[in-house]
Ligand binder design. Sequence first.
Ligand SMILES: [Zn+2]
Ligand SMILES: [Zn+2]
Length: 277
Amino acid sequence: MMKIGCHLSSSGGYLAMGQTARSIGANVFQFFTRNPRGGAAKALDKADVAAFAAFAAENGIGPILAHAPYTLNAAGSEARVLDFARSVMTDDLKRLEATPGALYNFHPGSHVGQGVETGIGLISDMLNRIVSSFGGDVSTTILLETMAGKGSEVGGRFEELREIIDRVDHPLGVCLDTCHVWDGGYDIAGDLDGVLGEFDRIIGIDRLKAVHINDSLNGRGARKDRHAKIGKGKIGIGAFRAIVNHPKLRDLPFYLETPCDLQGYKEEIALLKGLRR
Ligand SMILES: [Zn+2]
Ligand SMILES: [Zn+2]
């Protein structure tokens, strides 16, 4: 069974997200852990978490993917920025202990002119500090997202993610965003096997835990990071047929982050299911 869903609003809580997912034919979903601009998270509602757990088990929903606020920067140059990133990620991971089996995805960060090496060092130190504050006992799988390489983003090259993974004293996974890798220059439309082979050589395909399935408004290597609806961008529908059927990808959960409302997501989920062989 294909694991496919989309980004959902978390404003109604976990059970509401589960019900919304089911209503649009999804069996996985992604949500922001808090306002994407990074405000305080709502208090965790234990009754809602328990009701969702029962609903998810009954309906075969999961894994759920919690996305950290995209404004968080673990590679920032100011103490204030780094403290904010650390406190938000620590708090998010504490809350996610209530929903076992969840994935936690974050953008590695932007080095803001300090250089990629310095950025990688800051991100790795941050993760090591966070994980050690849990006594090493973090049950949620932490994912680094592949980035488009926009501005000073770290994580636009597989090598950069590998270096973070090597320096962190805790097993990390990766979430591959099809729009981002395309914008970063990887030819997933013309040479999917080659790109996944490179991912495997540099990072290890077993680290790949989730796929953000998005088309791109821009050409390969544009480094713009503008998501498009599936089949309406430069990656194209043929590439998505290959992506959802590829033996290295087909059993992973796919999360749409395209510019759609719920009806649009429902149609894209049906479209992608229809591409499966
Ligand atoms: Zn993201
Ligand atoms: Zn993404």
